[in-house]
Design a protein around this ligand. Structure first.
Ligand SMILES: Nc1ncnc2c1ncn2[C@@H]1O[C@H](COP(=O)(O)OP(=O)(O)O)[C@@H](O)[C@H]1O
Ligand SMILES: [Mg+2]
Length: 246
């Protein structure tokens, strides 16, 4: 199968400040790549480069076989890259349905296409269907996370980038988020999942990349989850023993 996402020797950062060096991975349809690492490792920065928010210092990012080059973020979204940012970008004063419509804006759909996509979203996230007229600010943390994911899915992306979806959520709700991502992956969605919670990530992952100080320290398939859990734990232990910081 061909790659939806191919990140090759990525180096990126903020202006001239480089915080990511030589990171490579691929994701195919229906695969979940878990991108793991300590706080400050560079995970969000890698996602920002894929979204077009951070300039590449070196390397190449291909989406669906095409070099993304300097394609601006809004065009990448229109082309099929969905992003759920670390600090969800919902508009609290708007209702669930208004937030979903906003998510679909880049597609400039006619009413019928928009309606059928809304139906799809409510089908995928039944809790949102019951609250379509509720303002986002009134939702629970878990419902807000679901809404943020649903909003990113509105333009029918083929690749979904999700930054720490379990952060700040009660354990019971984390399971709901996990199962919605699992259902999405079964529909053929390619997912890059950034997580601090290793257990959450490994439950879904097809393969895993652990980065630290902006470099890959472990890349492995998830054929054997117990073996992988042990490998990730060893990689983290090695990091804890090493001095942190640049
Ligand atoms: N806006 C910014 N300007 C400069 N440096 C930043 C900025 N945002 C993050 N960094 C630095 O980039 C590194 C990687 O951060 P980040 O990608 O957010 O890590 P993670 O998501 O893995 O916690 C850290 O050293 C962080 O301090
Ligand atoms: Mg981050």
């Amino acid at each position: 199968m061909s790659n939806i996402l191919d990140v090759r020797n990525l180096a990126t950062g903020y202006g001239d400040l480089r915080v990511v060096w030589d990171v490579s991975f691929t994701v195919q349809a229906g695969e979940v790549l878990a991108l793991l690492g300590r706080n400050g490792a560079g995970k969000t920065t890698v996602l920002r480069a894929i979204t077009g928010l951070n300039r590449l210092h070196a390397g190449r990012i291909e989406f669906d076989g095409h070099d993304l080059g300097r394609t601006p973020p809004y065009k990448r979204i229109a082309q099929g890259i969905g992003i759920v940012q670390e600090n969800k970008r919902l508009i609290g004063d708007l209702t669930v349905e208004e937030n979903l419509r906003l998510g679909a804006h880049v597609r400039r759909w006619r009413r019928s296409a928009l309606t059928s996509r809304l139906d799809w979203a409510y089908d995928m996230f039944p809790a949102l269907a019951d609250r379509r007229g509720t303002t986002a600010a009134m939702l629970s943390g878990g419902q807000q996370q679901m809404l943020a994911i649903a909003q990113a899915l509105m333009p029918e992306p083929r690749l979904l980038l999700v930054d720490e979806p379990s952060a700040g959520l009660a354990p019971a709700i984390v399971g709901d988020v996990l199962s919605s991502l699992a259902r999405l992956s079964e529909t053929g969605m390619a997912i890059v999942l950034v997580e601090q919670s290793v257990d959450f990530a490994l439950a879904l992952a097809s393969h895993v990349v652990v980065i630290d100080l902006g470099r890959v320290v472990l890349a492995a398939p998830a054929d054997d989850r117990d073996e992988l859990r042990a490998q990730v734990r060893d990689a983290y232990l090695a990091l804890v023993e090493a001095p942190a910081g640049h």
